[in-house]
Design a protein around this ligand. Structure first.
Ligand SMILES: [Zn+2]
Ligand SMILES: [Zn+2]
Length: 178
């Protein structure tokens, strides 16, 4: 997802440019896979230091449900506003000081701004902590191991009273915030 921003870097502060986003992203994450193109809109705005990229993107990720352990696909929407800084001064061709992570993302020596790494990070930040294939996923039966979404079983799930007592004890032992 490369954009040539040489012209925009030469333009006065405040100049902007709108572009569409379309591309593939590999999350490098064993627990989540992007299974659809990443599409969206971005506005590049010239600032004093570089280019501010603001926009939205949508895709679909495949995750594993924490309750039934089945894979499922979930749409994902991200909103971003991130700085991109030149590594080469556009008019003189002189190298600029290296870009640190806190400052933003680097624009390469040929004035190509790449949204891929930024969007990869945004997608990972927006993944659910506890992925559920659906709100009311019935999960796996603790007695027979059956996936109760596919066929309900008639197992009697009885809470062991000794464990229940321990759970309450543990909760009471938690330090209070106040
Ligand atoms: Zn599930
Ligand atoms: Zn069962």
């Amino acid at each position: 997802m490369l954009y040539n921003v040489a012209q925009l870097l030469k333009a006065p502060v405040g100049s902007d440019q709108r572009q569409s986003i379309e591309g593939a992203i590999d999350l490098h994450d064993p627990d989540a896979t992007v299974v659809a193109p990443v599409t969206g809109e971005v506005r590049f705005q010239r600032t004093n230091q570089g280019i501010l990229a603001t926009g939205t993107a949508d895709t679909t990720v495949r995750l594993q449900c924490v309750r039934c352990l089945e894979d499922f696909e979930q749409p994902l929407h991200v909103e971003f506003s991130e700085m991109f800084l030149p590594t080469i001064e556009v008019l003189s061709g002189r190298p600029m000081p290296p870009v640190s992570e806190e400052q933003g993302f680097p624009i390469d020596a040929r004035h190509h701004l790449d949204l891929t790494e930024m969007l990869r990070q945004q997608i990972i930040l927006n993944l659910p902590d506890q992925p559920l294939c659906r709100e009311d996923c019935a999960g796996i039966c603790p007695v027979c191991g059956n996936n109760r979404n596919l066929n309900p079983c008639n197992c009697e799930v009885q809470e062991d009273q000794r464990w229940a007592a321990l759970t309450h004890l543990a909760l009471d032992d938690m330090p209070s915030e106040n």
